[in-house]
Design a protein around this ligand. Sequence first.
Ligand SMILES: Nc1ncnc2c1ncn2[C@@H]1O[C@H](COP(=O)(O)OP(=O)(O)OP(=O)(O)O)[C@@H](O)[C@H]1O
Length: 300
Amino acid sequence: METILTVNHLTKKFHFLTAVNDVSFTIKKGNVYGILGPNGSGKSTTLGMVLNVVNETSGSFTWFEGTSTTHQALKKVGAIIERPNFYPYMSAEQNLKLVCKIKEVSPEKIHEKLELVGLLDRKDSKFKAYSLGMKQRLAIASALLNDPEILILDEPTNGLDPQGIHQIRSIIKKIAASGTTILLASHLLDEVEKVCTHAIILRKGHMIYSGRVDQMTASHGFFELKTSQMDTLMAYLKDNDQFSTVKLENGLITAFLSQPMEPATFNQLMFEQNIVLSHLIWRKESLEEQFLSLTNNTAN
Ligand SMILES: Nc1ncnc2c1ncn2[C@@H]1O[C@H](COP(=O)(O)OP(=O)(O)OP(=O)(O)O)[C@@H](O)[C@H]1O
């Protein structure tokens, strides 16, 4: 499958705050990716870096397998990362004509794209008369005018009423069905589950999951661990492919299993490594719990 974007160990620091911490993922053609995380988890900063509007502190990213410069590659990317902003006294169609001029693309696709987002019958209405949902749909039509390879959306349903949310989600699915790759940022688990095939979950700038949405809940659980030899244990776990993600927070190690393992087996393994555990708890439904903490944790 063709690779659209490769992100390698991307990190962004704002003074003392690490907004994005060592994030790596790959975007493959035809899939719908959701970057999921609570407010402040680093979603917009990640999108900003790959769109060249935020400078990375370290790490790198490559568009379209490095076949062209980032500047050239971004011409094949449609992105909406800010609130839709068009000329208020011009109609939707006039605004899109202007976008075509600026982007140097033919205006012939305007009707097709307005039709796709359900605004063709409102093409002559002034932008200022549009509802927030219509403005967002117009922004999507605008981003699609040059038939980009990938559409990037930051919180596409924020501030919309339930009907507006439903319309945007249906449009995203329609765009994806036509073969356009999509990358969206959302703080709503429900949204990512409904719309996306793949998810990248961020928490405080760290990536805690990357993979298929339908495998998010098929987790083998995780161990919560404590020992007086934290460094040795961390090094051992990070080197062991039976664990997918290992993190150390507040003196507690959380090690996510990539395959089933009994706590007794793990304890025996630790014993053989001369690591004495003072705390060992195995928990299941880990990702659902993660989701709850992700979606409820507004103080993040
Ligand atoms: N220009 C900046 N200067 C300083 N700190 C910043 C800047 N931009 C973002 N941050 C901080 O980086 C962290 C990540 O922010 P980011 O906007 O990427 O998160 P997010 O997951 O997109 O959340 P939200 O949905 O609230 O935008 C936050 O703590 C934020 O305050």
